[in-house]
Design a protein around this ligand. Structure first.
Ligand code: MN
Length: 287
């Protein structure tokens, strides 16, 4: 199933005939009171809601997929986790290009560990990406995103995929510089997710997906997730060896080679095989 959030809080199922509105299903979610859980409410209850979503999709209003405004398919991820230098060719370009590496010793993902992006950076694909700091370089990074479906802690690699709700196309937008990644990669609109979530049953092997990204029609990034250094099961095991993963947590799995700068007004087109494509305009002005 492909699920999207659209037009300001609506829930949709992506079908060949269009986006089918299944928003009434959200009324089945349990009422919440303070203190709120750390997980995303919809993702946590998604397995139980699937029959109701199917039933609602049989009668729901249809929307043109090119006309709707896409919100991020996960509304409230407790964590947005990033994976640095997780493709060998990107590690090499980071080590050899001072505008990317900024003097850091490019060692390994095992040595660096993971990083977190602020939830306030999250946008869907219909929002503009608004750059900060006009004198500095801001890069695109196409990535496969994993959305956690079940709480897990210290999970084994062999069991890791059982805890995945689904996958999505992601952009880990990045301000280059000397600050920590968690700071540079957490600018508002620098965490892009969507257009929709593809449930895990439709992605038999997350380790064999093509990724691509163009800027203004020019090819910039071309790779396949089989080139990941830490693949999806290992990333889940690695992340959960440090912290509990909750439903709705997002892991951006790292970007391949070909990162490069974008400027106001640029058009970013990108996708991950089977997960949907995006076409986003970099806002015409700096924030
Ligand atoms: Mn990245």
């Amino acid at each position: 199933m492909k699920l999207c959030r659209f037009n300001g809080g609506r829930l949709g199922v992506v079908r060949p005939e269009g986006i089918v509105d299944v928003t009434p299903v959200l009324d089945l979610l349990p009422a919440q009171r303070y203190p709120l859980p750390r997980h995303d409410l919809l993702i946590a209850h998604l397995p139980a809601l699937l029959p109701a979503i199917e039933a609602a999709a049989a009668v729901g209003e249809r929307f043109d997929p090119v006309q709707v405004f896409y919100d991020p398919p996960v509304a409230n991820p407790g964590k947005i986790i990033g994976a640095p230098i997780n493709y060998q060719a990107h590690a090499q370009e980071s080590a050899s290009n001072a505008q990317i590496g900024h003097g850091r010793a490019i060692t390994s993902i095992g040595d660096w560990g993971l990083f977190l992006k602020a939830g306030s950076a999250l946008v869907g694909v219909s929002a503009p990406i608004t750059l900060r700091f006009p004198e500095r370089r801001n890069d695109h990074e196409i990535e496969l995103a994993v959305v956690i479906g079940r709480r897990c802690h210290q999970v084994a690699q062999a069991d890791a995929l059982q805890h995945v709700a689904g996958y999505a196309t992601a952009l880990d937008m990045t301000l280059r510089g000397t600050e920590f990644q968690c700071f540079r990669k957490s600018i508002d609109s620098y965490a892009v997710l969507g257009p929709w979530l593809v449930t895990a049953d439709e992605v038999p092997d997350p380790g064999a997906l093509d990724l691509w990204l163009n800027v203004n029609g020019e090819p910039r990034q071309r790779a396949n997730t089989r080139q990941l250094i830490y693949d999806v099961p290992r990333l889940i095991a690695f992340a959960s060896s440090f912290y509990t993963l909750e439903p709705g947590d997002v892991i951006m799995t790292g970007t391949p080679e070909g990162v490069g700068p974008v400027l106001p007004g640029d058009l970013i087109e990108a996708g991950v095989q089977g997960l949907g494509d995006l076409a986003m305009r970099v806002a015409p002005d700096y924030a």
